[in-house]
Write a protein that binds this ligand. Structure first.
Ligand code: NAD
Length: 436
């Protein structure tokens, strides 16, 4: 057993579950395949996987799968030869394809991993499920809400395994944080703030101008939902995960503020998801200023958790000694504005509380990489997929979490595109928690 294997086997144990790993699994049932018992069940077996889309994320998954004891990459497929060649160099024994239908026709392939541009997720996943393959598709679930639903319906009908690549569901920091949130450690949840700031144009270099849309697909509406489907869908998952509720309405504004280079998708978005109890979840993203990086802040009346940093900040910190309070008041010129001696207030200022790590050795994700971060759950997720392929067992609740993240991202996009308040459409509610 190599060191990675040991890490995976100890995945649940390493979390130090508050109520033991049994309780952890009832709250996060998609982690079932990560238990030592589940891993032992498939010892020596290999899931035969085809990678469809061998661009940057596809190669990242290949590298993780090459370190997964229960994975065998048997096929690679891409329409762009340079990417296929790069992937072939990583897996010299894999068969090479340029048409994904030929991959689906291969009896050797048990599971497909789709790392293609967003607009292809639903068509390839649906064809894959209908061809009897187990499917892992990258996030966001699909380009349109009706495609998300069609993918969900096909999954239900075929009974095959479906994973959508939301790696936060397998990230130690997020799991521990959710456990603490649901145990009441930060009290009632009163708000969720998500933001993702970068400073780059999101463009890839072109060997030939005719390949602009094929290579820079993220910038064009036919292929991508821009910041909402590329970034927000990860963070909007917090709405369902934290609040266990659906928003009743969504509003927002999107614009191209800085990168006016012919792209069609917004480079600046601000969206509010309003929940029936009045709690709001926000998502803000700008890709021409990176100062604040990326974070997801869960605000409770007793404390705050920052998911990306993996830190908790209790709301009440010991009061500053009298002299510090006095210095603070002078610094804020409190006395300049108070006519009579004494003061009854100080200006609100951000807490200086440095917080405490919620899991040991957590790696903070700064959101800068367009490929993938270190220790972000992606390796655990593809290993879990291999377990599901070998055993034919679906990771419970994973599709539902991914479905709602994808739909929330697309509803936010719709609100911005149509410049109106959008209500959650009844026809797109699927059975999960108490949503229907
Ligand atoms: N989960 C994450 O954190 C994360 C991170 C990065 C990317 N992604 C997702 O991964 C997916 C791919 O992103 P990327 O950055 O690797 O894009 P990319 O452009 O680098 O790679 C996409 C690949 O798909 C290939 N392709 C296009 N049409 C095809 C077809 N019909 N058949 C086979 N291959 C085809 C392209 O030639 C390209 O090699 C996107 O959905 C993206 O959102 C997820």
């Amino acid at each position: 057993m190599d060191s990675k294997d040991i890490g995976r086997r100890d995945f649940l144990k390493g979390l130090g579950a508050i109520g033991g790993s049994g309780l952890l699994l009832s709250t996060f049932p998609w982690l079932q395949s990560c238990t030592a018992k589940s891993q032992n069940e498939i010892k020596g077996e290999k899931a035969k996987i085809a990678i469809i889309g061998t661009g940057s994320r596809g190669k990242y998954h290949i590298n993780n799968l090459l370190n997964t004891p229960n994975a065998e990459i048997v096929a690679l497929c891409d329409i762009y030869k340079p990417h296929l060649d790069e992937a072939a160099a990583l897996c010299p024994k894999a068969k090479l394809y340029s048409n994904y239908h030929d991959v689906l026709a291969s009896p050797e392939v048990q599971g497909i991993l789709i790392a293609c541009p967003l607009y292809l997720h639903a068509p390839i996943a649906i064809d894959g499920l209908n061809a009897g393959k187990h499917v892992f598709s990258e996030k966001a679930m699909a380009r349109t809400i009706s495609e998300c639903k069609a993918m969900y319906d096909t999954w239900k009908r075929t009974g095959k395994v479906l994973y959508i690549g939301h790696q936060r569901l397998f990230d130690r920091k997020y799991i521990k944080a959710m456990e603490m949130i649901h145990s009441g450690d930060i009290g009632d949840i009163v708000g969720i703030r998500n933001y993702w700031f970068r400073n780059n144009d999101w463009r890839r270099p072109l060997p030939n101008p005719s390949l602009e849309r094929q290579i820079n697909w993220r910038l064009y509406k036919d292929y991508s939902g821009g910041l909402m489907t590329e970034l927000a869908c990860h963070q909007l998952q917090n709405g369902t995960w934290v609040l266990k509720a659906l928003p009743d309405y969504v509003m927002g504004s999107g614009d191209i503020v800085y990168w006016k280079d012919g792209r069609e998708v917004y480079d600046s978005v601000s969206v509010i998801y309003h929940y029936p109890n009045g709690v709001k979840m926000t998502f803000e993203s700008i890709i021409s200023n990176k100062f604040y990086g990326m974070e997801e802040q869960i605000l409770g009346h007793n404390g705050t958790i920052e998911l990306s940093s993996g830190k908790i900040y209790p709301e009440s910190v010991p009061p500053a000694p009298g002299i510090l309070q006095f210095v603070n008041q002078i610094e804020h010129e409190v006395f300049d504005n108070v006519a009579v001696a004494g003061t009854s207030w100080v200006p609100e200022s951000a807490s200086k509380n440095k917080g405490e790590l919620i899991v040991a050795n957590a790696v903070k994700h700064d959101g800068a990489s367009t490929v993938g971060a270190v220790d972000d759950g992606s390796d655990v997720m593809v290993a879990a997929f291999c377990h599901s392929v070998i055993t034919g067992t679906q990771a419970k609740n994973l599709v539902e979490e991914a479905y709602y993240s994808g739909v929330l991202a697309l509803l936010g996009l719709q609100a911005m595109d149509e410049k109106r308040v959008v209500e959650f459409p009844q026809e797109y509610k699927i059975p999960y928690l108490n949503f229907v």
